[in-house]
Every structure is written in C-alpha cells, then in structure tokens.
Design a protein around this ligand. Structure first.
Ligand code: NAD
Length: 310
C-alpha cells in the first residue's frame, strides 16, 4: 500500500468551506498548491468566496501580499459541491466539516471510496481524534489529525497527531506539508483530547477562574498579569468574553460527561454567567461590560461575578 510522499502532493481537497475550511483551502492555494474546497450547498461556497476575497484583499491593501500573487492563488482555488469528482483528483485531504462524529465518519467512508490509494485523509477536528474516523476507511494507516487554529490564514501552529494505526510515512508527509504551507508543525506522539495548545489554554483559564473564585485577585488584574508577565496577547477573561463564555462552558460539560473527572465540572462563576445570559462580548456583558462601540469596561461590583472576596 503506497502512501503519498510530499512529492506526490499536488492537489489538496478541503471538505467543508466554513470558518476553518475556506481559509485552510486558501492557505494551500497561497502556498502554490491546486486546492479545492467543497461544501454541501452553493451558498456556503459563495459566502466562503466573498469572505476570502475580503480577507485576502485586505492583506494586499496592507502591502503584505502582491496583487499578482493573490490573483494566481485564486486561480489555483476551486470551490465546488462535487465532492466525489474533487476527491478523485486529491493527493491529500483535509476534512473541516461540522464537528459531528457521524458526519465525519460518513465523509471519511466516502473519501476512502473516491480518492486514489496513496491519498492521506486528515481531519482538522478540535476534539475528535483520527482513530475515531480511521475505522470508517480501509486505510487507517493514512488517516491523521491536522489541527489548524483560527483564523487559519494567520495562525502558524498546526498540531499533527497520528493514531495507533497511523503510519510514520503519513505523519512525515503531513508534517512536511504543514511546513510547505508556511506553518509550524507541532507533533503529538499520542492521541489525547484537546491536543497540546488548547489543553494549556484550558489550564490557564481554570487557574484564572480558581484565583477569582478564591478572591485572590480581580478579573482585570489576573488578565493584566497574563499580558504583562507572561506575554499573552490577551488575558483569559478577555479571551473567554471574546470567544463566548457559553462555548467553554458547554465544552467543559461535554468533557465532564465523558470523563466524570470533578476537575471538568464548569466553574460556578461561569455557570452563573451562562444562566444569566451574560456570555461576553456578543451579549454586551460577561467578565467585563461593553458599550455600544464595543469598548471594554470593568464590571464594578465583584458580587456580579458570583465572587465574594470577604
Ligand atoms: N472554529 C474554530 O475555531 C476551529 C478551530 C480549529 C478546528 N476547528 C474544527 O474545524 C471543523 C470545522 O469547524 P468550523 O468552525 O469551520 O465550522 P463551520 O460550521 O464554520 O463550517 C463547517 C462547514 O462544513 C459544512 N459541512 C457539513 N457537513 C458537510 C459534509 N458532509 N460535506 C461537506 N461539508 C459539510 C457546513 O455546511 C459548513 O459550511 C470542526 O471539526 C472544528 O472542530 C474549528
């Protein structure tokens, strides 16, 4: 059974042209690959096209990319609803469809039937490890996680994770492709939920919530410490407000249902905010409050956050 080497990779297929898939397909085209993004319906592809032209256009305006390079990248990028035809040409696939195991297993079975034998099937999933998908194919050695970060056009880290059946050749090609896309591969030697970067981010967030719950310091000062002492671009509370407090809450609930580990129970402060619909920037109030222009202000009453420092 032959596995694609980096020299075999000319055509890349990205399945799912949402927030992640559209930008991943563009990253591939910008790096010189022929790249195809597929989605279920034409309107998703139209939205992806408009959004990519807006983002890449801005990069050109800022002088970080020439108009000619942008135009030739768009010439290499195809958007189509015809998954099977695109799969038949693909040497490497990056699946970025919705985060549902049954949908991804169905996509992997279909890709297995439609792609050439050497093609590597990678998933961009944040939470589903590739060994949960490999069994839907007859090529478990050519299945891996290739986890980009949002926004994929900008973020350099890509986590590459092989499952128990993933071959060394598959990991090598995925790592080398990551480099050729201008990204920095972070290799995991075994599967673990959340991979590396998000686990560390979660640990920082949990500790920040612990310090707040204990009345050790304020939201503003904990964020300040992370920015000024640790060099983080944003503090954990600012970040939770940006991504949506409910997103982290639901992820923790799901993890707790799976692990039963008491450390996975959501913080009572977070639970209270979610219950009150104070979900961060999108609702105008979270760990901070936001005015009509989106300017951040501290919340004045610490009791508002369910903490009682006394
Ligand atoms: N959003 C993030 O911050 C982020 C970061 C890293 C990884 N991820 C992962 O990327 C994947 C996609 O996330 P997203 O945020 O881009 O989601 P999204 O909802 O923006 O996009 C998903 C797209 O997949 C399409 N789709 C659904 N079923 C499909 C199918 N059978 N065939 C083809 N297309 C299909 C949908 O129509 C939609 O356009 C998920 O696995 C997620 O875990 C997301």
């Amino acid at each position: 059974m032959r596995t694609a080497t980096i020299e075999d990779v000319h055509e890349i297929l990205v399945v799912g042209a949402g927030a992640m898939g559209s930008q991943i397909a563009m990253v591939c085209a910008l790096a010189g690959y022929r790249s195809t993004a597929t989605d279920l319906a034409q309107d998703a592809l139209d939205r992806a096209d408009a959004e990519l032209r807006r983002r890449v256009g801005r990069t050109v305006e800022k002088g970080r990319l020439s108009r000619a390079d942008a135009d030739s990248a768009f010439d290499r990028l195809r958007l189509t609803t015809d998954l099977d035809a695109a799969a038949a040409r693909a040497d490497f696939v990056i699946e970025a469809a919705v985060e549902k195991l049954d949908v991804k297993r169905e996509v992997f079975a279909r890709l297995d039937a439609a792609t050439p034998e050497h093609t590597i099937l990678a998933t961009n999933s944040s939470t589903i490890v590739s060994s949960q998908l490999a069994g839907a194919t007859a090529r478990p050695d050519r299945v891996a996680n290739m986890h980009f970060f949002n926004p994929a056009l900008v973020m350099r880290c890509v986590e590459v994770v092989g499952g128990p059946d993933t071959s060394r050749a598959t990991v090598e090609t995925t790592v080398e492709l990551t480099r050729r896309l201008g990204k920095d591969p972070v290799v995991l030697h075994k599967e673990i939920p959340g991979f590396v970067a998000n686990r560390i981010l979660n640990a920082v967030r949990d500790e920040a919530l612990f310090l707040l719950e204990q009345g050790v310091s304020s939201v503003e000062d904990i964020d300040l410490a992370c920015r000024t002492a640790l060099g983080h671009p944003m503090g954990p509370f600012e970040l939770m407000d940006l991504t949506g407090i409910d997103i982290g809450y639901l992820a923790k609930l799901a993890r707790h249902a799976d692990s039963g580990d008491p450390r996975d129970v959501p913080s009572p402060i977070v639970a209270a905010l979610v219950e009150r619909g104070e979900l961060g920037r999108k609702s105008g109030k979270g760990f901070y409050r936001y005015d009509d222009q989106g300017r951040k202000r501290p919340r004045t009453d610490p009791a508002d956050l369910g903490t009682d420092p006394s």
